[in-house]
Design a protein around this ligand. Sequence first.
Ligand SMILES: [Zn+2]
Length: 385
Amino acid sequence: MNPFRFAIQARSGRARVGLLTTPHGRVETPLFMPVGTQGSVKGLLPKDLKAIGSQVLLANTYHLLLRPGPERVRTLGGLHRFAGWDGPWLTDSGGFQVMSLGHLRRIDEEGVVFQSHLDGRLIKLTPERSVAVQEALGADLIMAFDECPPYPASRDYLKASLERTLRWLERSLKAKTRPDQALFGIAQGGTEPDLRRRSTLETIRFDLPGYAIGGLAVGEPKEAMFRMVALSTELLPETKPRYLMGVGHPEDLVAAMGLGVDLFDCVYPTRTGRFGSALVPEGRINLKNAQYLEDKRPLEEGCDCYACQTFSRAYLAHLVRAREMLGGILLSLHNLRFLHRLTERAREAIRQGSYGAFAREFAERRFGKEIPPWFREAMAAGGHW
Ligand SMILES: [Zn+2]
């Protein structure tokens, strides 16, 4: 029997609660997936991630390909065993990091050749190689090798790139051998509605177990991004999970969940935590600011995380100033719990058919009286306001 299933359990407007079954457990969507770039969510123990409600972890193919290498991970039991997380994993295809981190040497129909940012060696990544690496890493959810164009990019470039991504998807599928991994296709098309539509429609013709909305959150205006998300979720099949790649700001999650997105990942909560900032309902506070040095309150009133239950803002501000590693650890823990609580409350609201009220309450705290037009527009498109 197919080890992957996705069942919609409740809807509110275009938002939905789903149950995704994988070989390593069932998870509830919408959900946020913490990023463990090197097979480790920086500073956090897997047991702590489990305790704060993390359900799926993401690892980066590019980094693990360079070090320790896919064969070593396979020999040591795959990501689940090697990295001590027995729940589901997702790996990306490596394409995005090749373009953003690697010193790209050549990109052609065959694939890409890049120079490792670690030791300068030349490495070739093709759709076939990306799938082989992801099979060795052993994640439950794997991604087709795609080309993620920068923003802005010309129409001609976007068009050529989305066509190549479709051919690479076909090759990725042909290369796949493991039945216990689900391969998601990635729709591209930048912010050009007709190209985005075409890429999405051509991708769903492959009848895949899930679909990613790629090439967004790369610097385009929010209006443009959410119009593309709205267009995408309108076209994508209702019965398959939708994954909006690289999005992790709370207000973006609320808008995208409202449009029917199920999965998210981003380094934002852990990275901003390591840099000394905490997510709060009003936005984010920077513990480096002097105003927190005598602040006895927790990071966020009402948060159930260990950092908020145990420590004051003053102590955390001290840790950040003293550059103690515990500061980044506690802020990362809180920030991830913040996003998990946000998706938990969203699921609850969807089950009660009141996502619009949930989003309004969120927006009033986050934005005050001036809710930005892009957020209103997304709420209207999702059938909430
Ligand atoms: Zn907290």
